[in-house]
Design a protein around this ligand. Structure first.
Ligand SMILES: Cc1cc2nc3c(=O)[nH]c(=O)nc-3n(C[C@H](O)[C@H](O)[C@H](O)COP(=O)(O)O)c2cc1C
Length: 289
């Protein structure tokens, strides 16, 4: 599998309807050939990334080079890849916005002065950060399309219900802050009590475990608070955080297990839960990277 990037110059200014038309046909053709990628159009310049089987990409590139709607088709990069960067998009589309310009070092000057095929050749270093930026934007669009408790739902009744639930979620968050502060006082009180019981001013192993337990309870409360507030944001699915909270909660129990008095199947079942949650968290983290 290869990834090929090129830049070209459009022969005229393209309107959004024309771009949409081109994208529609690209997506159909690319989907049939299992080709993915992204097209960027700005200032009469196209920048396109094509990923897929080498032979199919070469054939398509030959066709694109002959397309009379653009000129100066300049190959910028062609390399073997193992994973696709744009695996979900048969042809994603992006344009450059003002807010993007500061995100890549030196990009603003490049965009202002040399955003054309020759400029890309002279500043190849910009290609990888640009790919990363475009990918991030596409992923961001997918995330924002997940809209829980939407305030713009077409049905006014659902809209009102959603608004009410949002107020409820905010109230829960407020209560959780109270619980967090009570938890902090609890930690302080546990330490105070342990220090003032014999042996004085010393923490035994059991005292330390009891203190850990109180600490972890507060940390879990903070994680739950984050979960609650994430529900208010419509662009995030907090699955990773939920898994992290569950992992922390079960680990908190395991740390203070009294192994002498616990049945072995209980310990075994708990270890399976820790293992499963740990694995899920690891896989989600890996996928995110
Ligand atoms: C900037 C630009 C990007 C293009 N990207 C693709 C593409 O990703 N996939 C595709 O099938 N055609 C793409 N095309 C269109 C091809 O050049 C060509 O018109 C199309 O593949 C139809 O060719 P055919 O009629 O010979 O089958 C692109 C054209 C332009 C101007």
């Amino acid at each position: 599998m290869i990834r090929l990037c090129y830049a070209s110059t459009a022969l005229k200014d393209w309107q959004s309807e024309e771009l949409l038309e081109l994208l529609k046909s690209c997506r159909q053709d690319n989907s049939a050939k299992d080709i993915t990628g992204i097209l960027l159009y700005s200032k009469r310049t196209f920048f396109q990334v094509l990923e897929g089987d080498e032979e199919k990409i070469e054939q398509l590139f030959e066709k694109i080079k002959l397309d009379e709607r653009h000129k100066d088709v300049t190959l910028l990069e062609k390399k073997d890849i193992i994973d696709r960067e744009f695996s979900y998009w048969n042809m994603g589309y992006q344009n450059i916005e003002n807010s993007d310009l500061g995100k890549i070092g030196g990009f603003k000057q490049f965009y202002d002065e040399e955003f054309n095929p020759a400029g890309f050749v002279a500043h190849r270093g910009v290609i990888n950060p640009l790919l990363k930026l475009l990918r991030g934007k596409l992923v961001g669009q997918v995330k924002t399309s997940h809209d829980e408790l939407s305030e713009s739902h077409e049905d006014p009744f659902i809209r009102r219900l959603n608004r009410t639930i949002r107020v409820g979620v905010k109230f829960l968050a407020l209560l959780m802050v109270g619980v967090i502060f009570l938890g902090i006082f609890d930690v302080m009180y546990v330490i105070y009590q342990k220090l003032l019981s014999p042996p004085y001013y010393l923490l035994t192993i059991n005292d330390i475990l009891a203190t850990f337990s109180a600490f972890l309870a507060v940390l879990i409360a903070i994680e739950i608070f984050l979960n609650i507030t994430l529900y208010i944001r419509s662009d995030l699915i907090p699955v990773k955080l939920v898994v992290a909270t569950a992992l922390m909660a079960i680990c908190r129990k395991v740390i203070v297990f009294d192994f002498k008095n616990l049945p072995s199947d209980y310990v075994f079942a708990s270890s399976l839960v820790v293992l499963a949650l740990g694995l899920i968290y690891y896989l989600m983290d890996k996928k995110h990277d």
